[in-house]
Design a protein around this ligand. Structure first.
Ligand code: NI
Length: 175
């Protein structure tokens, strides 16, 4: 498993829904969460399938691992959909495994409601706020080809401009 880095166009694709939860899908989720825990050293608390080169609507996350690496409360989302967002918005610093070393404050709704299928194919709903709502919104964006840098004001985008250029250069050299 390898991280897909910005500016790989794969990150801009609309990911496909899962139509059947097969053992292979569950295995992918397990591999994704293990991979994310390893990548946690670089700050990852969530991972979307497109970030490992898989254009599927799958997310894994564990916001608790930010507080304490030993506490593991993995969350798995299959075909997640945000059905409601709060009017109240908050600013919070975001980073992304696909954009190493880049951090910037992003304004998003403070709370959201997300519907998804769990590993057994049962429809679940989470009302999330705070950090969990933040991670859910960030990760779900990956399924729609969006990155957190898309939300930055021109000034803030300029502030991370050098680092973006560097990632673009590295990508060009590899491809
Ligand atoms: Ni991300």
């Amino acid at each position: 498993m390898e991280i897909t880095y910005y500016p790989d166009p794969f990150l801009r694709k609309l990911a496909d829904p899962i139509d059947k939860i097969t053992p292979a899908v569950l295995k992918t989720l397990d591999e994704m969460i293990e991979f994310m825990y390893v990548a946690n050293g670089s700050g990852g608390v969530g991972l979307a399938a497109p970030q490992i080169g898989l254009s599927k609507r799958l997310l894994v996350m564990d916001p608790s691992s930010r507080e304490d690496e030993k506490i593991k409360k993995p969350l798995f989302f299959i075909n997640p959909v945000i059905t409601h967002v709060s009017k109240e918005e908050v600013e919070y610093e975001e980073g992304c495994l696909s954009l190493p070393d880049i951090f910037a404050p992003v304004t998003r709704p403070e709370a959201c409601i997300v519907k998804y299928l769990d590993r057994k194919g049962q429809e679940k709903t989470i009302e999330a706020d705070g950090f969990l709502a933040r991670v859910i919104q960030h990760e779900l964006d990956h399924l729609d080809g969006k990155l957190f840098i898309d939300y930055l004001s021109p000034l803030r985008k300029q502030m991370v401009g050098k680092k973006l250029k560097l990632l673009e250069k590295i990508y060009k050299e590899k491809n």
